[in-house]
Ligand binder design. Structure first.
Ligand code: MG
Length: 273
């Protein structure tokens, strides 16, 4: 009979080591391995905090257990608007059956909580009845940190400037493709946002955005040039965490299934149960 192959011997050794470690009440891993460059951990370090356990959503697009539900179809308790004096007031956007809708003149909507690095999921629908053209058709927007707009627009057979169509980082980068659904149908955005870093007035690191539009990557960790401007170049001005903002651009755009996750580092310890 042939002796076990090299790979099989490694596998057997690993299983034996894991069983012995478990029996001794220790974490599986190694301390006689190299230190990972730029990190403080050994390769396979047993002391490295393990990722938290979370329950995934029931279906694609549904919120996992560690998400903050910004809208679950029922109420706008996580949202507010700015009054004339800048104070927070109750939302004026209307609630429908499982969605909420901006109406002309209702003003921008902001989250009561502030966010920095995050993963955001939301779904939106432009009006089913087509009215207007170009930028004047189903315009709204998702403003990360209240300043960096991911454009929402009815871009279905609706030519406009490339950096202003749905999925654009408005005024900076067009989406890689246009996967929009027909007017009235629901579209999804899944956004990974890295907040800019500042040291006093100095920009240390710009913001980056990854955006999945109806499941397609339309921005792959794209660097933002600054805040969103109209007919002008954006710039960076130092700021901390800020609310997520949904834009009132005067069109009846609907939103549903909005949830967000704060993004931490790799070495957050698992919550003890
Ligand atoms: Mg807009």
């Amino acid at each position: 009979m042939n002796s076990p192959s090299f790979c099989n011997r490694i596998r057997i050794a690993a299983v034996v080591a894991a069983v012995l470690a478990a029996a001794a009440g220790a974490q599986e891993g190694y301390k006689d391995t190299p230190i990972l460059p730029g990190q403080k951990w050994h390769v396979h370090d047993p002391d490295r905090p393990r990722p938290r356990t979370v329950e995934p959503g029931d279906a694609p697009g549904s919120p996992p257990s560690d998400a903050i539900l910004l809208f679950d179809g029922r109420d706008l308790s996580q949202w507010a608007q700015r009054g004339a004096g800048g104070q927070l007031v109750a939302p004026r956007w209307t609630l429908g059956d499982g969605y909420f809708e901006v109406g002309p003149g209702t003003g921008d909507l902001i989250t009561r909580e502030k966010f920095g690095d995050c993963q955001l999921h939301l779904e939106w629908a432009a009006p089913a009845r087509i009215q207007g053209a170009g930028q004047e058709r189903g315009n709204s927007g998702v403003y990360m940190m209240s300043r960096y707009e991911m454009q929402v627009l009815d871009s279905y057979q609706n030519p406009t400037y490339a950096d202003g169509q749905a999925g654009a980082i408005y005024g900076q980068w067009p989406p890689l493709v246009n996967p929009i659904r027909k007017p009235g149908e629901w579209n999804s955005y899944d956004i990974v946002f890295e907040a800019p870093r500042f040291d006093g007035a100095k920009l240390l690191q710009p913001a980056y955005v990854t955006l999945f539009f109806n499941g397609e990557v339309v921005h792959n960790r794209k660097e933002l040039m600054g805040n969103t401007e109209y007919r002008a170049l954006g710039t960076y001005k130092p700021h901390g965490d800020e609310p997520l903002l949904l834009q009132d651009h005067g069109y009846r755009v609907r939103f549903r299934n909005v949830w967000i996750r704060r993004l931490g580092g790799y070495d957050q310890p698992e919550a003890r149960r």
